[in-house]
Design a protein around this ligand. Structure first.
Ligand SMILES: Nc1ncnc2c1ncn2[C@@H]1O[C@H](COP(=O)(O)OP(=O)(O)OP(=O)(O)O)[C@@H](O)[C@H]1O
Length: 236
């Protein structure tokens, strides 16, 4: 059986900047992966390529055996690849519940069975009738994460979900992502700079450098790798 996401030799050049330079990655259904790497190494471009926001120049980019190349973002979303950006994309004037209902639009079955559970996992049960705009930063991020989940992704892309969070919010975010992964079983790729978060998430880690995945393994394996220290942590 082929992997859920199969990337081989993927290339993207921005006027001489090789943001993807022969990128290889394989992700199984239900697998969770943290993508780490220094600023400008190509992590966001990789998400842009997967989600169809930018077109690849060359290479293989397959999801569940089907090529994503040439597809529009909405077509890719329909295949089950959903993405959460760094900035919360919520509707501030609607209540938390209304935001979630909207996110699950066209899928009332999801709402009936999972709305309360999703609100609970996001620690928003007692905030359901509050306008989303008044939520704390961390709460907005949790709301959007469960909103994306309500769209029933098979692969969920999270770009720096803990950006701007307090330590307590970051710890709660780890718990939320682990809970969602366990209960809903979709695959995750999480871009993150916070190594404490990466360690706590306790999943496979991939190091990207200059448009390529140079290492893949557990956090323990990668943290002792000289290349990781030199390239990313600056501790070699
Ligand atoms: N649309 C674009 N046009 C031109 N250059 C781009 C574009 N998108 C990305 N780049 C360049 O490609 C390289 C990779 O950028 P990218 O944003 O993917 O890195 P990143 O690893 O996500 O960085 P960060 O951790 O800072 O978000 C950078 O040199 C960036 O300037």
């Amino acid at each position: 059986m082929s992997a859920l996401l199969e990337v081989a030799g993927l290339e993207k050049d921005f006027g001489g900047v090789r943001a993807a330079d022969g990128l290889n990655l394989s992700l199984e259904a239900g697998e969770m992966l943290c993508l780490i790497g220094p600023n400008g190494c190509g992590k966001t471009t990789f998400f842009n390529l997967i989600s169809g926001a930018v077109a690849a120049d060359n290479g293989k980019l397959q999801f569940d055996g089907e090529s994503l190349r040439g597809l529009e973002p909405y077509q890719i979303a329909r295949l089950g690849i959903l993405r959460k950006f760094q900035v919360p994309g919520i509707y501030p004037d609607l209540t938390v519940r209304e935001n979630l209902l909207l996110a699950a639009g066209g899928r009332p079955d999801v709402v009936v069975t999972d709305l309360a559970e999703l609100l609970g996992l996001a620690r928003l049960s007692d905030r359901a009738e509050v306008q989303a705009g008044v939520l704390a930063h961390g709460e907005k991020q949790w709301l959007e994460i469960v909103m994306v989940l309500a769209g029933q992704p098979r692969l969920l892309l999270l770009d720096e979900p803990t950006n701007g969070m307090t330590a307590a919010e970051t710890a709660a975010t780890v718990a939320l992502i682990k809970d969602l992964h366990q209960r809903y079983g979709c695959a995750f790729i999480v871009i993150e700079h916070d190594m404490g978060f990466v360690r706590e998430l306790d999943c496979a880690v991939a190091l990207m450098l200059q448009g390529r995945i140079l290492r893949q393994g557990s956090f323990a394996e990668l943290q002792d790798d000289p290349l990781v220290k030199e390239a990313y942590l600056g501790q070699a």
